[in-house]
Design a protein around this ligand. Structure first.
Ligand code: ADP
Ligand code: MG
Length: 261
């Protein structure tokens, strides 16, 4: 049984892509079979695992518009024990064309149905908008992981996202759940960050991951080397935090132990 997680937040720069890449790589390091799906025209998740977005022949755009099979576009990144459905600027075309299709909300779900059984986890990196592509991710997902920076406006954006999740659950995808809220780029010396974190724990006591992702320069450097942080610097606080997040997910979803190669 595969479990599909949409990493979503309509705010940009909150750590979605960093989380999608490093959670996928951490789960892969525990020998789970993981498919990382890049749904953002910026192609940051694609570049973050070392694939050049400018030379792609087939992308998630082609899969969503049924121009190719998922298998034709999925890349096997053997060195990372990870599979990638890549994306680049062509995704903007998919976004626009799916808006005109009657079944445009279901394109990703239909595509993943053909391959999901081969994976333990499918991780979807969403664009920074409540767009057609994000709706596709929420329709295809079992759970939504919401990365948040603990700052003043964080909670404001959260209610729009939670409303969207509730609506999609009601109308299209009854199994969809909020998998969890992830505090990212956390600086414990920042009073506001601690206040917002306390608010989150108060309002969503069962939904906030225990794991907190610290602000860590290694996490920001790793993508420029095309590497997940646990390969770039396995001893860094960022690498340890994402491994701990993977452990939390595994305890919830397959009762599994966090064994590394
Ligand atoms: P999003 O996908 O939500 O737009 P990103 O994951 O691309 O956000 O993160 C935005 C920027 O912040 C990137 O430059 C990324 O490298 C950096 N970043 C993300 N998480 C951290 C962190 N925990 N510590 C330091 N820098 C981070
Ligand atoms: Mg991103």
């Amino acid at each position: 049984m595969s479990y599909t997680i949409a990493v979503a937040n309509q705010k940009g720069g909150v750590g979605k892509t960093t989380t999608a890449v490093n959670l996928a790589a951490s789960l892969a390091a525990t020998r789970r079979r993981v498919l990382l799906v890049d749904l953002d025209a910026q192609g940051n998740a694609t570049m973050g695992v070392g694939v050049d977005k400018s030379t792609l022949k087939l992308t998630a755009r082609d899969v969503l518009l049924e121009a190719c099979t998922p298998d034709a576009a999925i890349q096997d990144l053997k060195a990372l024990n990870l599979w990638l459905l890549p994306a680049n600027g062509d995704m903007t075309e998919a976004e626009i064309k799916l808006r005109d299709q009657a079944a445009g909300d279901f394109a990703l779900k239909a595509a993943l149905a053909a391959v999901a059984d081969r994976f333990d986890f499918v991780i979807l990196d969403c664009p920074p908008a409540l767009s057609k592509l994000t709706v596709n991710a929420l329709v295809a997902a079992d759970g939504v992981l919401i990365p948040m920076q603990c700052e003043y406006y964080a909670l404001e954006g959260l209610s729009a996202l939670v409303d969207t999740v509730a609506k999609i659950r009601r109308v299209i995808n009854p199994k969809l759940e909020i998998e969890g809220l992830l505090r990212t780029m956390f600086d414990p010396r920042n009073n506001l960050a601690n206040d917002v974190s306390a608010q989150l724990l108060l309002h969503f006591p069962d939904k906030v991951y225990q794991t907190v992702i610290p602000r860590n320069v290694r996490l920001a450097e790793a993508p420029s080397h095309g590497l997940p942080v646990m390969v770039y610097d396995p001893q860094s606080s960022g690498a340890r935090a994402y491994l701990s997040l993977a452990g939390e997910l595994l305890r919830r979803h397959d009762g599994g132990q966090l064994t590394l190669d």
